[in-house]
Design a protein around this ligand. Sequence first.
Ligand code: PLP
Length: 458
Amino acid sequence: MRKNKKIILSEKEMPKQWYNIVADLPGTLNPPLGPDGKPIGPEMLAPVFPMNLIEQEVSTERWIDIPEKVMEMLSIWRPAPMVRAYALEEALGTPARIYYKNESVSPAGSHKPNTAVAQAYYNREFGIRKLTTETGAGQWGSALAFACSLLGMECKVFMVRVSFDQKPFRKMMMQTWGGTCIASPSNETQAGRDVLAKYPDTPGSLGIAISEAVEAAVTDETGQTRYSLGSVLNHVMLHQTIIGLEAKKQLEKAGEKLPDVLIGCAGGGSNFAGLSFPFIQDKIHGAEIDVIAVEPKSCPTLTQAPFAYDHGDIAKMTPLLAMNSLGHGFIPPPIHAGGLRYHGMSPLVSHAVKEGLVRPEAIHQLECYEAGLLFSRTEGIIPAPETTHAIASTIRQAKLAKEEGKEKVILFNFSGHGLMDLVGYEKFLNGELKDIKLATKDFEQFTAVLKNHPSPVV
Ligand SMILES: Cc1ncc(COP(=O)(O)O)c(C=O)c1O
């Protein structure tokens, strides 16, 4: 007899604390550096972030309580279901048991609201009335607009031009939640005007949009505006760990022990970290889990780019972070997985790769869309282009389990649905998409800037 397809937790079973992997990571973590090459103090971040979030950013406490108001907002869609992908298993004829954590059930359609509601809450507690941010695919911008609407705050989103044109419905979602959304680069900031003067037809990049959003926050004279980042930083990884903490309870309910393979796509690293960090705690203590972070071949941050100090944005407004980076001036090829086109990577995820706790993998977009179609036609939900990277890797692992005749447990993060990303599917179905490999000369040109920065401890 079949077990349940969905493994559901009650609201009472929702984790009440986030897990901070900083308390357990082996090796030396490299601190963020200021323009003088010295570690920055919390006060240097104060014009950009509220102090209560800065405290979380630098915290070494293993467990951090989730405030009651944040629990209340999370409970709009959490706990998120874990689902056994029986139909996908059957289509692949694999002995592997495949589970996915369905983060697409949030109001904005992805994992991004997990940190959006927390960040908006801490900002409001600190007396902030308005948040600015960037967005790639539009998932993060809509998540923050949603969170701000729950707390009566203003929200302004700089959306990467290419996605702004490809995904008009994302802008409408942000507006419906009361936010404003403009295409980046824009004429509203010095950073945007500088880029437009040099490259009037640029498709934009997350690095440019971050510069615009930071500038818009720090130049607001009321002092009541701050910037909010949807990935990369430690406090964002922290807020996302609710995914993995729920997943642990759900695997136990399903009668499983730890997974053999854990998979997430990685843009800035947050959905991957959210699912994997609570399990990496077990791996640090001896558990054997193959933890895979999947990225596009056209933006090979973890598989090809060096571990170096770099800025998070093109105008160098952010501190230098120790991370895998393709260079802050990187203009990615216009593949459809907008959220995976970032030049950098979470310092914590980069560190975990460096320590051998995470294995990175790069996959071309056609294999990912193929995987997205198979998933849609078996499990029913149309995945976001970013999520298809995790699915493509899952399929590779399920086929491997078949070859090896092993009953592996594979768990992946279904980071978001693709209902606003159908133009990409249309192009794929019409045969208009192709695989794009990053040219060696472009790679060398973009990463050349890294040589001017201090070297991190490896
Ligand atoms: C659905 C979805 N998955 C994954 C990502 C990648 O971001 P991260 O690596 O921070 O999870 C994004 C980013 O926009 C996204 O929208």
